[in-house]
Design a binder for this molecule. Structure first.
Ligand code: SAJ
Length: 439
């Protein structure tokens, strides 16, 4: 028990040495929060460019100010390295590595496995490890526990401590950041939860402890599956409203006047980002292994994935009404980021909309004020944003609003365009126009 008591003491008095494995949009803010809380932090990442930047006191994550990094580096509270052997002298390790999907749609655990294999080489008595990467329930116990504990003859909950604490970083958000977003913490054993909570509560305002690592893993998946399914539901509502000849945006705004028991989601061109389309599939994948079919997730994923095709189908019908075909038309896509006011294209439905329009013979261009070039991995092409947006709007036979960045003046765009298909209700407030159609 001395190990646990000694470690908790070092964590509480901040003499414990902390390491963060993976210095991306989750790991770097976490490393800075630990450093600013008074811990000595070592950031470890195989990407030398990241390590060199941090060594110069420069941040490459928009949410992390370079001044904050520079001060911690100057004060000796933050160092960064590609060398995992530093873990030999470290007391506490947070693992913040990516958990994407493979092309097959199965979880890609390679980043977690690689980090765990490196860490495993330096495991020693008196360490606490927290996995932050979103993953399927059971990962911490089934994958990390044997590799980091049993293989070294260490008894979890006595010689070392292991927990899962899901990241809740929302890039670009300023009201809730790493330090003030409540953090769920679930240990492999009660003692693990106690030690990991003692560690994180020294840096993060609110820790919500749950009884097991699986409960914490599942809580994260509930958060993002909730969003994915509700987005799928309103996307299907849009399809139903179009069949009924009812304005889906008016319907949602009306429902949203209910002050309780309702949460507003809006339809769109599909589901982008590196969390919402992906995390729920980690859960449905795990459930398949337990002979259970997570039907809500499968159905919502099917509807969301089909939205780019639905958008192109609706555009085709609308252009047909004005005697035009997609084939041979100049079509301009406005906004390709996966959601407004960010510069991230990961899983963006805009890429699918563009590819589908090209397949139908359109000459497609795009404009995005935050993204200069896009690459469609499946089709292999690259495309540069047009520079003169208004000129491209005037020249286009149809403008498709896919992402409604705040930079766009939609009154100006509607005024200059021959025809607009609006997938985000960006033009709803401008009134009705014969040449504007909405999802
Ligand atoms: N979307 C819709 N309709 C909606 C909401 C979103 O079509 O009503 C689309 C967006 O355009 C985007 C995708 O869904 O393509 C995902 O949007 P998102 O708002 O969920 O944004 P993300 O992917 O950045 O989600 C992150 C998540 N944060 C973490 O996982 C820590 C999510 O849990 C947050 O709730 C979300 O940010 C947020 O609220 O901003």
């Amino acid at each position: 028990m001395a190990t646990k008591t000694d470690l908790i003491k070092k964590l509480r008095d901040k003499t414990a040495k902390v390491a963060v494995l993976g210095l991306g949009y989750v790991g770097l803010p976490l490393a800075v929060v630990f450093g600013e809380a008074g811990f000595n932090v070592i950031g470890v990442d195989p990407d030398k460019r990241k390590i060199d930047a941090l060594g110069k006191g420069e941040s490459y994550i928009p949410d992390v100010q370079s001044e904050a990094v520079a001060k911690l580096v100057r004060d000796g509270r933050l160092t960064a390295t590609t060398d995992f052997s530093v873990l030999r002298d470290v007391d506490a390790v947070s693992i913040c590595v990516p958990t994407p999907l493979r092309q097959t749609g199965d979880p890609d655990m390679s980043f977690i496995i690689s980090a765990v294999e490196e860490l495993s080489r330096y495991m020693h008595k008196g360490m606490v490890v927290a996995l932050e990467s979103t993953t399927y329930p059971g990962t911490t116990r089934e994958l990390l526990l044997p590799k980091l504990g049993a293989e070294h003859g260490l008894t979890v909950g006595e010689d070392w401590f292991l927990a899962f604490s899901p990241e809740r970083v929302d890039p670009g958000r300023e009201d809730f950041t790493t330090i003030n977003t409540p953090k769920v913490m679930g240990g492999i054993t009660e003692a693990c939860g106690e030690v990991a909570t003692a560690w994180y509560e020294g840096a993060i305002k609110t820790i919500h402890k749950v009884s097991t690592a699986e409960a914490a893993e599942m809580a994260k998946l509930l958060e993002n599956t909730f969003r994915m399914i509700n987005i799928g539901m309103v996307n299907e509502l849009a399809i139903m409203c179009e069949r009924l000849g009812v304005d889906v945006w008016e319907v949602i705004d009306a429902a949203a006047t209910k002050p309780f028991g309702f949460m507003k989601f809006t339809p769109g061109p599909g589901l982008g980002g590196h969390c919402i389309p992906i995390d729920p599939l980690y859960l449905s994948w795990k459930m398949k292994a337990l002979n259970y079919n997570a039907r809500f997730i499968e159905l919502a994923s099917e509807i969301n994935t089909n939205m780019p095709r639905y958008v192109v189908g609706r555009l085709m019908e609308a252009m047909n009404e004005i005697g035009k075909t997609i084939k041979g038309s100049n079509i301009l896509v406005l906004g390709v980021a996966y959601k407004p006011d960010i510069d991230d294209v990961r899983e963006s439905p805009a890429l699918d909309v563009i590819a589908l329009l090209q397949k139908k013979g359109a000459d497609v261009k795009f404009h995005d004020p935050r993204i200069a070039r896009i690459h469609h991995e499946g089709e292999g092409w690259y495309m540069d944003s047009v520079t003169d947006m208004l000129k491209a709007v005037k020249e286009a036979d149809a403008v498709v609003i896919v992402t409604n960045h705040r930079e766009y003046d939609f009154r100006e765009i509607v005024g200059a365009a021959k025809f607009v298909f609006d997938t985000r209700n960006a033009t709803g407030k401008l009134g009705k126009f014969a040449h504007v159609e909405r999802l």
